[in-house]
Design a protein. Structure first.
Length: 544
């Protein structure tokens, strides 16, 4: 039978948040510690943000005062890595604590994807939901939008956001580097004389729970809507007197860059800086809301899903010192979609007044994989059985009681070289070893060719953060490290081969496309202007 306090809390949330879909199938687990007060968790995941985009990391950046303040009042994690260097695999690993070779998510899902994160994988939200938490995801999901892959069926009581990246569909506010939707169905006729067809890619939808509430989404106001929904969720959760988990997956800093107030200077680089400032202000507003309660017991963890999308030139972020010189000399980008440091080393901050020491920098080797086991431990819950995890409980590091992170950390290919998801690079202490290298598409259009290395290409990041000069394979340093590297590589492959691994369904079907109105060329369901531009509007009815 459902605990009456939990049910009361959910009903209270339903009164605060329109259309809340909530979980009633399992009562929350009995607390293992008598009188243990469960903390709240807010995980903020920025999209395509560079390590050097954070002013606290890189002196050349002056656009993140709120994040810099967060760093001074909490812990800065300078050797922190995404579990993959592209969207869906990184997010799947954050929510499962497992690499893509285990959870099945090895590359991005599409608009027409039938599947998503395999249903036999347990998400962090599901664990926390069963432990009595109220859960919400606001922002980009990108782990399946069709049927039971939708976030409301993956442990989240409340969902508000877009189902995949905001460049995967047209909008009426296209921003920088994205084509617009046709204004209305007759738009193609009005442009046929010029020989150009209207843009017929499906419009980007905005979901609230299982319903599409806007299509195409207004990107200009999206950040403000996210902030409003996040603030409201936190306040409603407080009133419910239940602990909460909020996963905020921002659109910033992924192209297209859309900002509510365009910068006075129209240079492309200034557009990026303005967007960065907007994201920074969003984080500042959320922190202010968290700090507004004197009784707040909340861990705020900020990080990124992967490095910057260098192919976008001036619309891409900064990798700081992690430029991957060896690869760049051979063509291609060494950032997003690669196993070079710029592809997966991301900014990370942890903030929890009274628990995490202020103004501390940790050089422990950490990963987004660690968020799952750490949060589960702090929530006094249990890890799902019958599977192995790649993440660690790093609460001792966060509390300043340890400097030890991973002994080894493994990096899967994410599109630039080798088969997606395969482990072809690893980190051991300060050494980075590549069994396969390659570069993603760069700003100049070049792509680095896939190269295999036997023995592996190896760098000492302690003195060569730029990954410029590989160690001589005949040197005493290389010979001393190589056996441990090779053994770690063999061990991880064996461990995965004997684990309970999942397989994602990557099949596609146009019927899986999120669409509020299939009769419209771009699935439009919000008002659009009449062709006489008189200012009157017509609209189609939004359907779930």
């Amino acid at each position: 039978m459902m605990d009456p306090l939990f049910l009361k809390a959910l009903l209270l949330l339903a009164g605060c948040l329109t259309g809340l879909v909530y979980h009633l199938s399992n009562p929350f687990l009995e607390e293992k510690r008598t009188g243990y007060e469960k903390p709240n968790f807010v995980i903020i995941l920025a999209d395509d943000i560079g390590w050097g985009d954070l002013g606290a990391n890189w002196a050349e950046t002056e656009d993140t005062p709120h994040l810099d303040k967060l760093a001074s009042e909490g812990m800065r994690l300078v050797d922190f890595h995404s579990a993959a260097s592209t969207c869906s695999p990184s997010r799947a690993s954050l929510l499962t604590g497992r690499l893509g070779t285990r959870n099945g998510v090895t590359h991005n899902f599409a608009v027409t994807s039938v599947g998503g994160l395999p249903l036999n994988e347990t998400t962090l939200a599901e664990v926390l939901q069963d432990a009595g938490y109220l859960t919400a995801v606001i922002g980009k999901w990108h782990l399946g939008h069709n049927g039971l892959y939708h976030p409301n069926f993956r442990g989240f009581d409340y969902y508000f956001g877009i189902p995949y990246s905001h460049d995967m569909g047209c909008t009426d506010t296209p921003g920088y580097n994205l084509p617009p939707c046709p204004a209305c169905p007759w738009h193609s006729a009005s442009t046929s004389s010029s020989g150009k067809d209207c843009y017929t890619e499906v419009a980007l939808p905005l979901f609230e729970n299982i319903s599409i509430v806007q299509q195409p989404v207004n990107l200009t106001s999206l950040a403000a809507e996210y902030a409003e929904k996040a603030t409201r969720f936190i306040r409603c959760a407080r009133k419910s007197e239940r602990p909460f988990f909020l996963y905020l997956a921002l659109a910033h800093m992924h192209v297209p860059l859309v900002i509510a107030q365009p910068p006075s200077c129209s240079s492309v680089r200034e557009v990026y800086r303005a967007s960065l400032r907007e994201m920074d202000a969003f984080v500042g507003r959320l922190k202010e809301e968290i700090d507004s309660s004197q009784e707040e017991n909340t861990l705020l963890w900020f990080t990124g899903d992967n490095g910057p999308w260098a192919q976008k030139c001036e619309l891409a972020g900064s990798v700081g010192p992690f430029i991957g010189t060896w690869q760049r000399q051979r063509g291609g980008s060494s950032a997003k979609q690669t196993t070079w440091e710029g592809g997966h080393r991301v900014p990370a901050l942890a903030y929890w007044p009274g628990k995490i020491p202020a103004n501390v920098t940790s050089a422990a080797l950490l990963s987004t994989l660690d968020i799952f086991p750490t949060v589960v431990s702090l929530a006094n819950a249990a890890l799902p059985p019958h599977r192995r995890f790649d993440g660690l409980d790093v609460s001792d590091v966060l509390f300043g009681q340890s400097h030890n992170g991973h002994k080894t950390l493994f990096h899967p290919n994410s599109g630039a070289a080798g088969k997606d998801g395969e482990i072809k690079a690893l980190r051991l202490a300060q050494y980075k070893a590549f069994y396969t290298t390659g570069g993603a598409k760069a700003c100049d259009g070049s792509i680095g060719l896939e190269e295999h290395h036997d023995p592996p290409l190896m760098f000492n990041l302690e003195r060569d953060a730029q990954e410029q000069e590989p160690l001589d394979t005949k040197s005493s340093e290389y010979q001393a490290v190589f056996p441990a590297v090779n053994r770690a590589f063999a061990d991880i492959l064996q461990d995965i081969a004997t684990d309970n691994v999942s397989t994602a369904d990557y099949s596609r079907n146009p019927a899986a496309t999120p669409c509020c109105n299939p009769q419209h060329v771009v699935c439009r369901c919000q008002p659009c202007r009449n062709p006489d531009h008189s200012g009157t509007t017509q609209s189609t009815h939004s359907q779930a």
